[in-house]
Design a protein around this ligand. Structure first.
Ligand code: SAH
Length: 207
């Protein structure tokens, strides 16, 4: 796919990540007006006023998450389902949640059509995490918050990794990698990014 070239040039070198990016067809996760731009390395609008992330950012976040084959992963912000599909190639099981039921329904339909069976997509406010399935080996947020939500830090296993954009919604945010150790939390700042905000509660259309 076209953007795989730009991934390598943007410093994504992990073979497992590049293979996963190659196996997932981004075109399946975009509908309507922007369909024909699916293979460009750019974020694009999806339903409910949200966006599918830029492929090179998906790759960088996936690489930073260092997913292992036995891992149970939690993604906050299903959106189109594209990032979850990439993670599903690398992990044992992926839980993904979104506050919009429409996005969750549409993503589930694509996973089914693509024969992806290790993703569980749920409608939920991800700022609370998913306590009933905790702890997780890896947690990824694809919406920005001002601080890492504490329920999510609690639901991360010791030895686990969390990757998230931190900062206010209308400015440039910082992509942060948090490593949970026996002694506490280690923070690493990776680069600047721009994501839609992590909002509390369920989307209005669910009410
Ligand atoms: N990972 C997605 C990109 C998602 S955009 C993809 O690959 O396409 C961010 C998503 O986060 C949006 O769909 C938005 O509805 C969702 N979101 C924002 N706040 C949330 C919250 N508190 N809980 C769950 N999802 C949330």
């Amino acid at each position: 796919m076209q953007f795989l070239f730009s991934l390598r040039s943007r410093g994504v070198t992990n073979k497992r990540v590049l293979n996963a990016m190659e196996r997932v067809d981004r075109g399946k996760y975009i509908r309507g007006t922007f369909e024909d731009r699916a293979y460009e390395d750019t974020p694009l609008p999806i339903a409910c006023g949200q966006t599918i992330s830029q492929p090179s950012i998906v790759a960088l976040m996936t690489e930073a998450l260092d997913v292992q084959p036995r891992d149970k992963v939690l993604e906050i912000g299903t959106g189109s389902g594209y990032q979850a599909a990439i993670l599903s190639q690398l992990a044992r099981r992926v839980y993904t949640v979104d506050r919009y039921s429409r996005l969750v329904r549409e993503a589930r339909a694509v996973f089914e059509a693509e024969n992806i069976t290790n993703i569980i997509a749920l409608i939920a406010d991800g700022s609370r995490g998913l306590p009933e399935q905790a702890p997780f080996d890896r947690i990824i947020l694809t919406a920005a918050s001002e601080d890492p939500p504490s329920p999510l830090l609690e639901q991360l296993r010791v030895g686990g990794i969390m990757v998230l954009p931190v900062g206010q919604s209308d400015t440039v945010q910082t992509l942060v990698k948090v490593v949970k150790t026996e002694d506490g939390l280690d923070y690493h700042e990776l680069r600047s990014v721009r994501f839609v905000p992590l909002l509390e509660g369920l989307g209005k259309e669910n009410a």
